[in-house]
Design a protein around this ligand. Structure first.
Ligand code: ASP
Length: 322
């Protein structure tokens, strides 16, 4: 696994939450919280990233992650370039390292990558110059660390301590990088009980989520839960023949207002987006009083500001001669 910390203990890369320590996660969440503003207030700004150049390199579709990384960087004063991989030279056969070295030659300091292929962000992090940081914006089905952090921040805002909580992660767990990173964040933060609910075809191997309670009935999984994290069916990661019929899936695994009554009355409902309304979640739940889905989006900007600030801290100090 790639070393993500600088020799002085500061964060250089964020490719995965695996191997990070709880105090670092807590520090990032604390810092992110300081960037959260009410929606009708002016957005949080700083000059922390003045002189820093950030490249967004996206090889998969993205709305929330891409938009919030860009806003986070700009609101902190960075210069930002956005490259769609299908329009870049990688589509002409350039290797990923040639693309990365090309960007490095333009004095890029932070490379934000979304990749379909497992292992690429870590590989790139192992090859960049020591002043460059690599942030994963989603790696195949494996990892989405800033999503894990924003989910943790959202839960913390509503529930405070993780120790007494029961969190149910529901849906296409097998193909979900969101589930994997959320589970890591929840585990690091000492969550009392993490439940997985997936249809049999979407249940991951137990070794991948050690310590989780596994369910294939939605009603059982959400009974008494404090937090319900719904997941999208990742059609793009499965053969067409494996995609379940929407109506059947909704009947058995869709979160409806009736089912939600089984959870604790103050339970919150999360979804990383994009939602399949009427498949994994009923609109009445998605738009209902227990939904914190849009708050997750707001927290995404705050978390990405905190991460960008953290990974550029050492370089900024060195440049200022401190
Ligand atoms: N937006 C999230 C991701 O990139 C969740 C999803 O696509 O279902 O993994």
């Amino acid at each position: 696994m790639i070393e993500q910390l600088n020799p002085d203990g500061t964060l250089q890369h964020l490719v995965t939450l695996e191997g990070l320590q709880r105090p670092l996660i807590e520090q990032l969440l604390e810092r992110a919280q300081t960037f959260v503003r009410p929606l009708d207030a002016p957005s949080s700004r700083s000059t922390a990233l003045a002189g820093v150049t950030v490249a967004n390199l996206f090889g998969e579709a993205s709305t929330r992650t891409r938009g919030s990384f860009e806003l986070a960087a700009r609101r902190m004063g960075a210069e930002v370039i956005n490259l769609e991989l299908h329009l870049s030279s990688r589509s002409k056969g350039e290797t990923i390292l040639d693309t990365v070295y090309t960007l490095q030659s333009m004095q890029i300091d932070v490379l934000i990558m979304r990749e379909t292929e497992p292992g690429v962000p870590g590989f790139v992090a192992g090859h960049v110059s020591s002043h460059v940081s690599v942030l994963s914006a989603g790696e195949a089905h494996l990892s989405h660390p800033t999503q894990g952090l924003l989910d943790a921040l959202t839960i913390r805002q509503h529930k405070g301590n993780f120790g007494p909580l029961t969190v149910a992660i529901v849906g296409d767990v097998a193909h979900s990088r969101v589930a994997r990173s959320a589970w890591r964040a929840l585990t690091l933060l000492g969550t009392g009980e993490v439940r997985l609910m997936a249809p049999p075809a979407f249940m991951p191997e137990p070794e991948e989520f050690p310590g989780c309670k596994r369910f294939n009935s939605l009603d059982d999984a959400i009974a008494g839960a404090d937090v319900i994290m719904m997941l999208r069916i990742q059609k793009e990661r499965m053969a067409e023949t494996s995609v379940p019929a929407a109506a059947d899936y909704f009947a058995e695994y869709g979160l409806t207002p009736q089912r939600l009554k089984l959870a604790r009355p103050d339970a919150i409902v999360m979804h990383p987006g994009p939602m399949n309304r009427g498949i994994e979640i009923d609109s009445a739940v998605a738009d209902g009083p227990q939904s914190v889905i849009l708050q997750q989006v707001s927290n995404g900007v705050a978390v990405r500001m905190a991460v960008l600030e953290a990974v550029t801290e050492r370089v900024r100090r060195l440049r200022q001669g401190a």
